[in-house]
Unconditional design. Structure first.
Length: 473
């Protein structure tokens, strides 16, 4: 098994020497050490963007070190970190990410044994979003005056690192081939080797530089690897795609409000109403159609918990395959008796209420079925998925109205749910309905039963557009 280290550095010979000393103390024998030199672009206040010759001379005495210095100008952090991923060949099994204010401690042999155990199931693990990123135990802080240590599990271990790339910042990644964002690990921390952290040897101005850099990271346009100091605009993560989130909100559920407030990347159009539901849906559809800059309408009911990551994942599927016109996640049913069932149906649900039947299946049944029916990107085609974060292409919104089944104009106050008629109309129009089984969302009305009573409507309807400032710099 081939284990490599990925190291970004600039000067800091002391930290580099301490790291290599720790390799000897732990009997570590990495196959390669990819050392990436270069001063970050944000700190381009010196004439040289490469370390001094003495640092290169020290590194080059180790045969296993691949020392990369071939920059034409100051690199960005993401460019540097992606470089050691690019240098990893297909035969590199695992990459440990480490910086010059860190070093290794522990038992290398035990670590390798545990990696062998981890590698075996990964060989047949087909989900590209969950197989690559894994945790290592790491010192979160070091307080030399009290000898106090605090530990945390950090995503510092990458399986098949040549298949992934950093995407935006040093804690977000995507698959190099599919472009799908990668998920944090669901496995336990790998025991044996820990990453120790201590930057007390660095000069006093280093801490201030890092504070400035963190501010800079938050305000930089990272998607295109173009950095502009003090810009406050949010980056567009998907070219030629500008979605609008339709928040379907007849209730006031605090847990949903808190989750929705955390979604800052995309515009949200809130519709709070006591009207018959078709009126509210039609209001949002009209707004979407009138504002041509929006490419996709995202359905977010106010009893569903979703994150920006969930939205990013669904949009990434569309970006990779523009033929996808309808895609969603899935969630638990709004029923205590069917709490183990997903809202997905593999058989069509009729929009004729006299003949309607929901062929619900359990999460376990859906997961097993998905393993045999998902495509190369992990998606499945279904006949009904409801509105759990459904992303709908503008082409579909233009062709299909939101309606119920009781009146020709679709605005009768009662009738079947609008998601039933929408899915039925979409299938009749020849559209496929895709679901990502990995996007499993929480349906709040079932949550501890505490929201089951919230059927009340607002006294006065209103709409609100919550804009996110989005721009490509």
């Amino acid at each position: 098994m081939k284990i490599a280290l990925g190291l970004c550095y600039y000067e800091d010979l002391h930290g580099i020497q301490r790291l290599f000393d720790s390799l000897e103390k732990t009997n570590a024998s990495p196959y390669r050490i990819f050392a990436i030199d270069g001063k970050y672009k944000q700190f381009s206040d010196s004439p040289s963007f490469l370390s001094s010759p003495k640092v290169h001379q020290y590194l080059e005495q180790f045969p296993k070190v691949v020392n990369f210095t071939d920059w034409k100008t100051f690199p960005t952090e993401i460019e540097k970190r992606n470089k050691y991923l690019e240098l990893c060949k297909e035969d590199i099994d695992f990459l440990i990410v480490i910086d010059t204010d860190e070093y290794l401690q522990g038992d290398w042999d035990l670590f390798v044994t545990n990696l062998e155990k981890l590698k075996e199931p990964l060989l047949t693990h087909n989900d590209p979003q969950t197989r690559h990123i894994h945790y290592m135990k790491m010192e979160d802080c070091h307080y030399p005056q009290t000898s106090s240590l605090r530990y945390a599990n950090r995503p510092r271990l990458f399986y098949k690192p040549n298949e992934i790339q950093y995407d935006g910042c040093h804690y977000t990644w995507s698959h190099r081939t599919t472009g799908l964002p990668l998920q944090y690990p669901k496995t336990d921390v790998i025991q044996g080797i820990e990453i120790a952290h201590d930057n007390t040897h660095r000069p006093k101005e280093y801490e201030q530089n890092m504070i400035e850099y963190q501010k800079y990271q938050k305000t930089a346009e990272t998607n295109e690897l173009i950095y502009t100091v003090a810009i406050k605009k949010k980056p567009v993560f998907f070219k030629n795609m500008k979605p609008l989130i339709f928040v379907i909100s007849p209730r006031d559920i605090p847990e949903f409000q808190q989750a929705a407030d955390k979604i800052q990347k995309y515009d949200k159009y809130w519709v709070k109403y006591f009207w018959p539901a078709p009126y509210a849906y039609r209001n949002a559809r009209d707004f979407f159609l009138q504002n041509k800059e929006y490419t996709h309408l995202i359905m977010l009911p106010d009893d569903l918990i979703a994150t920006e990551y969930d939205i990013d994942t669904l949009l990434a599927h569309i970006q990779k395959n523009p033929q996808i016109k309808i895609i969603s996640g899935h969630c638990n049913l709004d029923s205590e008796k069917k709490k183990d069932y997903t809202n997905v149906c593999l058989l069509p649900v009729s929009d004729d209420r006299k003949n309607r039947h929901y062929a619900w299946i359990t999460f376990d049944e859906f997961n097993i079925w998905s393993q045999f029916n998902k495509d190369e990107n992990g998606l499945v085609k279904v006949k009904f998925s409801g509105y759990p974060l459904m992303v709908i292409d503008r082409e579909v919104v233009e062709k299909i109205q939101f309606r119920n089944d009781l009146e020709p104009d679709g605005i009768h106050p009662r009738g079947c749910c609008l998601d039933v008629t929408f899915c039925a109309d979409a299938l009749r129009a020849g559209y496929d309905i895709y679901v990502d089984p990995a996007i499993r969302l929480k349906h709040l009305k079932l949550s501890d039963g505490k929201y089951a009573h919230m059927g009340s409507r607002k006294k006065q309807p209103y709409t609100k557009l919550e804009k996110s400032i989005m721009a490509v710099i």
